[in-house]
Design a protein around this ligand. Structure first.
Ligand SMILES: *[C@@H]1O[C@H](CO)[C@@H](O)[C@H](O)[C@H]1NC(C)=O
Ligand SMILES: *[C@@H]1O[C@H](CO)[C@@H](O)[C@H](O)[C@H]1NC(C)=O
Ligand SMILES: *[C@@H]1O[C@H](CO)[C@@H](O)[C@H](O)[C@H]1NC(C)=O
Ligand SMILES: *[C@@H]1O[C@H](CO)[C@@H](O)[C@H](O)[C@H]1NC(C)=O
Ligand SMILES: [Zn+2]
Length: 947
């Protein structure tokens, strides 16, 4: 699974939004572990060896079969690994169990308990098969468990398991298909099994599809086909030994191969609905080179991982996450795989590349070796997320993904890991809801950032060596973090890269088992070159209680008189709370965390900050773009956590007024948006703050211009994309006028808008236009044949302020014109597009609770609708919403979540009201710098004398 999205949904990646899109920080709900939760785990008395699943789907009712169900037959070959096993417990969450038998190796059935041959323990999704009185399994003997059952084809992919989806064909008709999405805990809906990542077996999949359908796609190719009546039995080759969540099928009338490398020895194909023909070329262009890059990096070839390996990628119009790494048949939401020139924007195109790299990296980290249990899902997701950027970077360096990793992943890790309620990479989970919750920001972003830090600490060749040891050692098995630590220990020893007093296992373990990360306080004595360092946990909340944690921290730094931005090998490792480092004496700035490869923030004494501020403004100092990005991101966080005054912070940020670089602006826009979102209820402050922001934005907008230039670097296009969206959103006159002109030219003369400008052009067009403009774009969305473009238009449709258009938009959310997977986003777009819409949305929610609950499918999603609503509401609206929720606590699901979101919304407003004047004054830059109390000031007086 892939995630970009942290604040809103429990199910990752779902949505196409990024964190800075949201006005409020919505904490991920903390799923507490209750005593007795371990009951969700299977006993370890059986080892599955081979599983054969045969399914017959019904798309229409026939005989005594209901439509959208399937007949299932599963045969599990298991080995007893304990003595005295008198009952067999496996997972199961199917519709109905019809019959079951247990036989021994000789094929002789074992007697089952007469009264209760089996029990379905629904709460924990267990199937418990009770052997007859006095009968037990014999340790290391093999048994066969056969179960005949009926399964459901769920209405949407959000329910996971086997589900149905649809698309409009070129004939204009709706076509249905069925597919499966089993990760992480939904194989049990498809077939009774051992539904934990640590249990591995080979699988034989058999599908009896309707004769007039096209061939079924599964993990493996079809080995044999037989026609039986109006059905065709398709028998697939045996899979590699793998976890049950990696099984998949895709059954349809007409899905087909839309791009193919035609290489029998190393097949790579893109599959999709036939009317997406032509949109698979980009995915095909990147996939095979990424595969080769990974094969070389890990020194383990892909196509020999098992016999008959293939490497298909399928675009599913309906998919609950971004993509899922099913072995041999990776499934993607359409917009994450299909590219259409002139319609898909550069960010979505880049994401096709990076997601492909993520899913392909899973073939080694996730599929070949798999975390023993989901408490360490970072072993799957951290590695996949790391290679998502670094493998794609190896294939297309022009995307600058090594650098983009910092602003999109590392800084995002620093943000999600700064709350008091954050979890460690290793985090105990048991129930399916807890498991799903741990597929969250930390496992992806911090996991990947940790690997990056490790690579620079040990050097890439040792890092590679360790990964190879790990993969070879644990191939086709599950792995614990301790297996990974041992591999690193071995590689470190062979390469002799660490000094004696450092134990890599212990260092890694600390980072994996401890939540949070440190801020490094740096105090420089300019006179003698004495640098005093202290570390403590960084909390974003100024009132959080400090802990005793001390991280083993590899350090890099460089200095103003002798800057070196390219030496990324740590010169020191901080093991205690404080440390002293000696540099040459001299009046100069120092900057720690060169190119920000380490997971820590840095705060300096005031004088050093002032020197850094001057250096940033002086183009000759050539501060590395990644350190500028680091400083911007750190400064916003340090101001928020009250470790730095707003006056000093804005003094440092002042360089942005002349800055045009993408890497500086990306964190800047997130930081400015965060502040601005707290002033939304203060019209006067907001107007003044916006004036200040226009001033900040002037230089970068002038540099970027309002049009995409042919052949420009990707990051310039991305910079324009984010900067102009922000500028237009806050009413920057030049941006707004240019956007309206472009929109009008599209409406009047059909002049196409570059996809990289559509977000703000369409939004401003609708804000400025009335119902007609809205209907124009609505129609354009209905006619689109590209999901990325549709998603972009959906977002813009939410920008309208026209009451009739808003009503039509809300009706659309409930209609079949919008897939369930986009429903929560659709609500959010309407709020983001125009905050004034919130009250209308509230009324709609009040009037349509039941239909909305049904449309969004998942209870957590309905909770998200309520939380987002609160986030955009003014005080009147909040009162209204609060009264409604209080009066209907029994009937409105997640009413409590809604009520706590109201509390957060009010706290955010209070935050803004309390600090408006301070922030405005600081942002204007007119104030003198006040010395912040929380910074270490041991030697400041000496430093100031040397000024
Ligand atoms: C299995 O059961 C038998 C008889 O009850 C007992 O003697 C034996 O110790 C048990 N073995 C184990 C490993 O529990
Ligand atoms: C396949 O047959 C079913 C039942 O006869 C029919 O409803 C469906 O439209 C057919 N599909 C195709 C692709 O011909
Ligand atoms: C490192 O520490 C681990 C346990 O904390 C220990 O098992 C291992 O032997 C140590 N390695 C070295 C090289 O001292
Ligand atoms: C560096 O500063 C610390 C703290 O002021 C002091 O204890 C130490 O002696 C200094 N070291 C040198 C070499 O001046
Ligand atoms: Zn993943």
């Amino acid at each position: 699974m892939m995630t970009f999205f942290r604040k809103l949904a429990l199910l990752p990646v779902l949505l196409t939004l990024v964190k800075s899109d949201f006005p409020l920080d919505i904490e991920e709900p903390i799923l507490r572990n209750n005593a007795g939760d371990e009951i969700y785990r299977l006993p370890e008395d059986l080892d599955p060896i081979h599983i054969k699943v045969e399914m017959t789907p019904y798309f229409e009712a026939e005989d005594n079969k209901e439509a959208f169900t399937f007949d299932g037959l599963v045969e599990l070959t298991v080995q007893a690994v304990k003595d005295n096993v008198s009952s067999l417990v496996i997972h199961e969450n199917v519709r109905e169990i019809l019959a079951l038998t247990v036989t021994n190796t000789a094929g002789v059935p074992l007697a089952l308990d007469l009264l209760r041959p089996f029990e379905r323990i629904r709460e924990h999704h267990f199937l418990k098969i009770n052997l007859g009185e006095g009968i037990t399994l014999v340790n290391s003997e093999i048994y066969k468990l056969s179960i005949q059952y009926i399964g459901n084809i769920n209405e949407t992919p959000l329910s996971r398991g086997v589900f149905r989806g649809s698309y409009k064909g070129s004939d204009g008709k709706i076509h249905w298909y069925a597919a499966s999405h089993l990760q992480p805990t939904n194989s049990r809906q498809f077939f009774p099994c051992f539904d934990e990542p640590g249990f591995k077996s080979t699988f034989d999949i058999i599908v009896n599809r309707p004769e007039n359908f096209t061939q079924t796609y599964s993990n493996m190719a079809i080995k044999e086909e037989i026609s039986i009546g109006n059905r065709r039995k398709e028998i697939f080759y045996t899979t590699p030994r793998m976890s049950a969540y990696l099984v998949t099928v895709h059954i349809s009338e007409e899905f087909t191969v839309i791009a193919d490398n035609n290489n029998a020895a190393a097949s790579y194909r893109i599959l999709a609905r036939p009317n997406a023909q032509g949109q698979g070329e980009y995915a095909l262009q990147v996939g095979p080179p990424i595969t080769r890059w990974l094969e070389e990096y890990f020194d383990i070839p892909y196509y020999t991982m098992a016999e008959n390996m293939k490497n298909d990628q399928i675009a599913s119009p309906d998919w609950a996450s971004g993509a899922t790494e099913n072995w041999g048949l990776v499934s993607y939401r359409e917009l994450r795989l299909l590219y259409e020139e002139g319609e898909t924007n550069a960010l979505d195109k880049m994401t096709i590349g990076t997601i492909t790299a993520h899913e392909l990296a899973h073939k080694w980290f996730g599929n070949l070796i798999t975390c023993r249990w989901w408490d360490n899902v970072w072993i799957n997701e951290g590695f996949a997320s790391y290679f998502e950027y670094f493998a794609m970077d190896g294939v297309d360096p022009a995307m600058e993904l090594e650098d983009q990793f910092n602003i999109r992943y590392l800084q995002s890790a620093l943000s999600s890991d700064a709350s008091a309620s954050t979890r460690a990479l290793k985090h105990t989970v048991n129930s399916p809801a807890q498991v799903t919750g741990h597929f969250s920001g930390i496992s992806y972003t911090k996991g990947a950032s940790f690997l990056l830090m490790l690579k620079h600490f040990l050097g890439e060749s040792t890092f590679k060596k360790a990964l190879n040891y790990f993969l070879v050692e644990r191939a086709y098995q599950h792995a614990f973090p301790s297996d990974l630590f041992s591999s690193f220990e071995k590689a470190v020893e062979v390469d002799n890269v660490l000094s004696e007093n450092l134990n890599i296992s212990q260092i890694m373990r600390y980072w994996v088992e401890e939540p949070g990360y440190p801020v490094l306080n740096v105090n420089v004595d300019m006179a003698n070159g004495n640098i005093t360092l202290t570390q403590e946990r960084f909390f974003i909340s100024p009132s959080a209680t400090q802990t005793q944690q001390v991280w083993p921290l590899p350090l890099t730094f460089t200095t103003g008189n002798n800057p070196d931005w390219n030496n990324l090998t740590p010169s020191h490792v901080m093991l205690g709370r404080t440390m002293e480092i000696q540099k040459d004496p001299g009046h100069e700035w120092v900057i720690f965390n060169v190119q920000q490869k380490g997971i820590y923030r840095v705060n300096y004494d005031t004088h050093t900050w002032e020197m850094i501020a001057d250096a940033l403004k002086n183009k000759d100092s050539n501060i590395h773009h990644l350190n500028k990005a680091q400083i911007v991101d750190d400064v916003f966080a340090l101001m928020r956590s009250e470790r730095m005054s707003y006056d000093l912070g804005f003094k440092v940020l002042d360089f942005l007024k002349e800055e045009t670089n993408y890497y500086s602006w990306f964190p800047a826009i997130s930081g400015f948006s965060w502040l601005r979102n707290r002033f939304l209820h203060l019209p006067d402050t907001l107007r003044q703050f916006d004036e200040i922001l226009y001033d900040f934005l002037d230089a970068v907008i002038k540099d970027l211009g309002y049009d995409v230039e042919v052949g420009e670097p990707l990051t310039r296009t991305l910079n324009r994309f984010t900067v102009l969206s922000f500028a237009c959103d806050i009413g920057h006159e030049g941006c707004v006028n240019n956007a309206i002109t472009k929109f009008n030219a599209l409406v009047a003369d059909g002049i196409s808008v570059n996809p990289n400008l559509r977000r703000h052009v369409f939004c401003q067009g609708l804000l400025n236009g009335g119902l007609e403009a809205w209907r124009f774009l609505y129609q354009r969305r209905l006619n689109s044949n590209n999901q990325a473009d549709e998603a972009a238009m959906l977002r813009s449709l939410g920008c309208t302020t026209n009451e009739q258009a808003i009503q039509e938009y809300l009706q659309m959310i409930l209609s079949d014109d919008l897939k369930a997977q986009d429903s929560v986003n659709a609500f959010t777009f309407l709020l983001m597009g125009n905050r004034g819409n919130a009250k209308i949305v509230l009324q709609f929610v009040k009037d349509n609770v039941e239909s909305i609950v049904k449309k969004v499918v998942l209870p957590t999603w309905f909770a998200n609708v309520l939380s987002n609503l609160a986030a955009y509401m003014d005080e009147d609206g909040l009162n209204d919403m609060e009264q409604w929720l209080r009066a209907n606590q029994a009937s409105v699901p997640s009413a409590q979540t809604g009520l706590s979101a109201i509390v957060s919304a009010r706290a955010n407003m209070r935050w803004g009201s309390d600090r408006a004047q301070t922030v405005l004054r600081a942002a204007r830059g007119s104030a003198t710098v006040a010395v912040p109390a929380t910074v270490l000031l041991l030697t400041t007086s000496i430093a100031l004398m040397l000024r």
